[in-house]
Design a protein around this ligand. Sequence first.
Ligand SMILES: Cc1ncc(C[n+]2csc(CCOP(=O)(O)OP(=O)(O)O)c2C)c(N)n1
Length: 651
Amino acid sequence: MSGRSLLELIEGPEDLRTLSHRELYQLAGEIRDLILQVTSKVGGHLASSLGAVELAIAIHRVFRSPRDRILWDVGHQAYAHKILTGRKEGFLRLRQKGGISGFPKREESPHDVMDAGHSSTAISYALGLAIARDLLGEDYHVVAVIGDGSLTGGLSFEALNQLGHLKKRVVLVLNDNGMSISRNVGALSTYLSQLRLNPRYRRLKDEIKLLVDSVPVVGQAADRAIHALKERIKNFLIPEYIFEELGIQYVGAVDGHDIAAMEKDLSLAKDADGPVLVHVITKKGMGYPPAERNPELYHGVGPFHRETGKIKPSGEGPSYTAVFGRTLCRMAERERKLVAITAAMRLGTGLEEFSRQFPSRFFDVGIAEQHAVTLAAGLALGGMRPVVAIYSTFLQRAFDQLVQEICLQRLPVIFAVDRAGLVGEDGATHHGAFDLSYLRLMPGMTVAAPKDQEELRDLLWAALERHEPVAIRYPKGEGPSRRVDEQPKRIIWGTWEVLREGKDLAILAVGRMVENALVAAEILAGRSLEAKVVNARFVKPLDMAMLEGIASSFPVVVTLEENSLAGGFGEGVASALQSMGFSGSFLSLGLPDRFVGHGKVEELWEELGLDGPRVAERIWEAMKKGKTGKTSHFNAGEASLRLLRGGEGGA
Ligand SMILES: Cc1ncc(C[n+]2csc(CCOP(=O)(O)OP(=O)(O)O)c2C)c(N)n1
């Protein structure tokens, strides 16, 4: 092999066609190198993407993107696809503000068929595209690449059900590495590992068919009866493929790092006139030993040392997630009925230790948030105390279950809503921007948000004493607490906490924004504006007693939250103030009514005017205008300062 770079020659997928198989493997090595170079600096979905390099090459050689539509479920494994489709330079700015996204994104490239991020959507999208194609008389292939983990999501089954029925021409590529983020779980996973581990399975099927068919039939009269009997014997003896039972042809299993073998099977699938599933076996983390050894750790990883694989510490103090995990173990020691549920995020939600200490009380349900919530409802009906740990963005999937199965019946389930607020580099699909809005509207749901990790511990213990639904939302990463011991402090349920006294205005801040409010108050104090700062740790119900006191003694009330302003805490406070007859001015700061992109959290706060100095500036500006104008409504960027007199303002 020459020393020249092949990647340099690849401007688009068509450039792959001229390369020999030997060169393709060299190219795969160069792609892996680039992925490692970039993710070791900025983090990303490393192990999944390393596992899908040869797969991306084979697919792009057999199909013609963007004419043929290639869909990557979740999209976290699509780095090689990005690099092969004209974004190798852009890849250097992966996940950075203004740079390319870590997931497929339509605005980024015609090769990205849909915006992805949440799992188990690709088969539905693919079927939709295939129906549209046929109705419009167009001619292209639709290829959906889905992992064995994502196949466990209920949405995938709903789509398979209709795909097998309509028999549309779609190629499904099952990228099976035996892993979700953690080891994949469930009956389907066990079934797939049978197919994966036993290459004789397919041969056995063919052999039985041949054997039964070769038994001679004697005489005309016996012909039909014996034919029927033969079919029954075959059905009884042959281990059927679940997919074929659903009407989807099965091809494989094929080695997902053997480009030629995959090209052969993909070409076969391409020529079929109905739905085909190509079962591809890949190794998560392929080509980078630390990720091969521990694919769970390197699934979604922060910056790491490339030579040693050592992950760089992200900050001082324990993360909220770690405090949740540790506290839950202590709670489980005290409360024997406590059970913990995760939807395929054991590590991410901090439940690793719990799963080890209490294996019979730990449930990983797969990527199945709706089921996780309903399972919790069943467990609660059966007398258990379930704690469901799900990221804010993924809990969106279970909106209806939260309403119907939990709140309507006032079941005592605790929701640990991790990754609330901005998550940074994963961007729009992963920000926890809406949980306060969607949880607030549910009757009977208590919604709480700690200002730091210690308060998370205290809220969890306090929630265990309640016999009603409680959601506690907290952000990614570390907070202000440097050390968190295990002894909880008592919290009076439903109360807010005054952190700083002032007389000119009151800032009511939620969760991580409490710190920013304190910074803002300090800056405003330098301009002779004395701000009272309140830790509004209960978003629902509000601390009405404290709010009434504030409404009657402050001319200006400001709310600050890391949630969409639409339906968020600020709206709740505004309508409460209005019903109290508050006659002062109100300013509400939070996430705007648009999707926020990716970048470091601090950069995004800066862009949105939510870091301490910008919060101070926005309050200052709004109050300056308010003081001089004293009219009904002022705009301060995304925020508005309004008088809440005479039925005006509100939400
Ligand atoms: C609805 C939803 N829940 C959870 C996640 C988090 N998540 C991202 S990838 C992943 C595992 C996917 O496993 P698999 O499809 O097998 O892909 P692999 O990473 O193993 O290649 C999970 C749980 C998500 N993206 N969407």
